[in-house]
Ligand binder design. Structure first.
Ligand SMILES: Nc1ncnc2c1ncn2[C@@H]1O[C@H](COP(=O)(O)OP(=O)(O)OP(=O)(O)O)[C@@H](O)[C@H]1O
Ligand SMILES: [Mg+2]
Length: 327
């Protein structure tokens, strides 16, 4: 029989979403049973652990056992659940950024090992960078790889929708952050983090920012809190130290543009593509715009019933995206 301490540890690791520890304790129980001569029971527990690990390793196979708690009542209205469909491996990023994202994932996957040594896993993150460069995608990928739900809060609409009440709404949101382990993306963070020109009547926003900073300082769960903004340059730099990590996303470099194109085209039949010409047409576009241009080119291929996607189809689509953005 498992001891009361083991049962307590099982429940704690389950509650905090720490799979690794959960399985480790289950295996300890199995070992103890084996020592007592209960070989069959020990083998059965080991088999169950192996099966659970295997299911977890299969992407998107089953809903997470930790994905049970959902925000209730008013919190459900304030938190929009977004699809966590990407994986960290799908992100196309310069190696230093990829390493930072992997590091966050790894620390979250080994929460208890870090906490046992009094260490604090990265959980308050600031994402900055231009539109379409991976801020939301990274939040989604972290949630998916951690098998947690992703909730998005748009801070600009929280302020406009609940003028005068935004502080109490933020408190409700953070009650959920502290009770339900998930990835929480606070989008348009500059709408409260932009403090330089604050004057009298924007007091509510200043209070909102101060409350936000206090809430993230006093987090009492293993949730990941991500503040994202397109305007990192507008943020008061003093804010940066309130986060555990800052990830500055940027427009793709030529090699990442090419990877984005190749990833989106996948197995679509293609001519020998002229990389240099295509990259010239893609210069300055975001990952998102390049992806959309590829989708337009694929549509063209399907509608014209052409056999192969050509360099000129891609250049046309990329040029159209650029004209569309500059109109
Ligand atoms: N680093 C990336 N690697 C691969 N694809 C990307 C990357 N960044 C963006 N994309 C593509 O662009 C789409 C939009 O990106 P995303 O939503 O992450 O942008 P964002 O940085 O959150 O922009 P915004 O500031 O407008 O919210 C993604 O769904 C994906 O298809
Ligand atoms: Mg986004």
């Amino acid at each position: 029989m498992a001891t009361a301490t083991q049962i307590k540890s099982l429940l704690q690791s389950h509650g905090s979403g720490d799979d690794e520890r959960f399985y480790a304790i289950a295996l300890q129980v199995a070992a103890a049973e084996a020592r007592r001569g209960h070989e069959a029971l020990a083998a059965e527990i080991k088999k169950l652990v192996d099966q659970a690990k295997q299911r977890k390793a299969t992407p998107k196979s089953v809903p997470s056992i930790f994905h049970v708690a959902q925000p209730q009542g008013e919190a459900a209205e304030l938190l929009e659940e977004a699809a966590a469909t990407w994986k960290v491996k799908d992100l196309i990023l310069p190696q230093p950024l990829r390493d930072r994202v992997s590091r966050i994932l790894e620390e979250q996957q080994h929460l208890s090992r870090l906490r046992e040594h009094g260490l604090h896993p990265r959980q308050r993150l600031l994402f900055t960078g231009p539109p379409g460069c991976g801020k939301t995608m990274t939040a989604s990928a972290l949630a998916n790889d951690l098998r947690l739900p992703l909730f998005v809060v748009r801070l600009d609409s929280l302020i406009t929708r609940y003028l005068g009440e935004s502080l109490s709404k933020l408190r409700i949101i953070f009650d959920t952050v502290n009770s339900t382990r998930a990835v929480y993306l606070f989008d348009e963070f500059d709408s409260i983090g932009y403090t330089r020109d604050f004057t009298g009547d924007v007091g509510e926003m200043r209070r909102l920012l101060n409350s936000f900073l206090t809430f993230i300082e006093k987090l009492s769960s293993n949730s990941l809190v991500i503040a994202a903004t397109n305007h990192g340059d507008r943020l008061d730099k003093a804010l940066y130290r309130r986060f555990d990590d800052l990830i500055e996303f940027g427009l793709p470099l030529p090699t990442h543009m090419w990877k984005t194109i190749k990833a989106r085209l996948g197995s679509i039949p293609q001519d020998e593509l002229d990389r240099a010409q295509i990259l010239k047409a893609a210069a300055g576009l975001s990952y998102s715009e390049i992806t959309r241009a590829c989708e337009e080119a694929i549509k063209e291929l399907l509608l014209r019933k052409s056999k192969f996607l050509s360099t000129s189809m891609l250049i046309k689509a990329l040029t159209e995206r650029r004209l569309f953005l500059n109109r």
